[in-house]
Design a protein. Structure first.
Length: 208
């Protein structure tokens, strides 16, 4: 499977965004913002189309030949520039135009919480697993594991730790296979949405 991992071509961003949107259809964090799986898939499709376009130009996206699985990895040192570029160059600023007032309100709460937690991250440079998803019909084939290993190999080669934030407690055992451990957990105030921040130290070997 590792031999199939490649950088996501810009020409495949729409296809990859479709796979990611379906993989996040029932994600607790996304459902908090968009309320229903249908609205969630539609909203996340717009977000991922914009996000992947800018990240692909920075060679921060990895995928498989059919784009059924995608991971976005980058160094924390590049995050501010990437975030600014993504907002203005890909049109993410227009996203609220396609959201209901209630979705806009919940989206602001969600991203404020995420921003607060990322600002609290350690100052040491580290690799960030920003996005990981596999289309439902392609799950169980080892694609997600291969995409995680790809980024961790680069992090270990650079001698840097890695971080990931998940809003789905069911994902914790999966990430633990690769050496990630929870360092912060809690929830978005006044909601049932859980937030787990996980950290992985530099390693000589990548498990699983």
């Amino acid at each position: 499977m590792e031999s199939d991992i490649r950088h996501l071509p810009e020409t495949d961003c729409r296809k990859a965004a479709e796979a990611l949107a379906r993989s996040f259809r029932n994600d607790p964090g996304c459902l908090f913002v968009f309320s229903t799986p249908e609205r969630c898939e539609k909203g996340m499709r717009r977000i991922f189309r914009s996000w992947l376009r800018i990240m692909a130009t920075h060679k921060a996206c990895w995928t498989v030949p059919d784009c059924s699985g995608v991971a976005v990895w980058y160094s924390s040192a590049a995050k501010p520039a990437l975030a600014c570029a993504a907002l203005f160059q890909t049109g993410l600023w227009r996203l609220p135009l396609y959201m209901t007032p209630a979705e806009q309100y919940r989206g602001i709460r969600f991203f404020r919480d995420l921003k607060k937690r990322t600002e609290n991250e350690e100052t040491e440079e580290h690799w960030v697993l920003d996005t990981l998803g596999v289309a439902p019909e392609a799950q169980g084939k080892g694609i997600a594991s291969a995409l995680v290993r790809q980024g961790l190999q680069h992090a270990d080669k650079a001698g840097k730790p890695a971080r990931v934030i998940t809003h789905n407690p069911a994902n914790v055992p999966f990430y633990r296979q690769f050496g990630f451990e929870p360092v912060e957990s809690g929830g978005i105030a006044g909601t049932e949405v859980q937030v787990i921040v996980m950290h992985r130290k530099v390693s000589d070997t990548v498990c699983c």
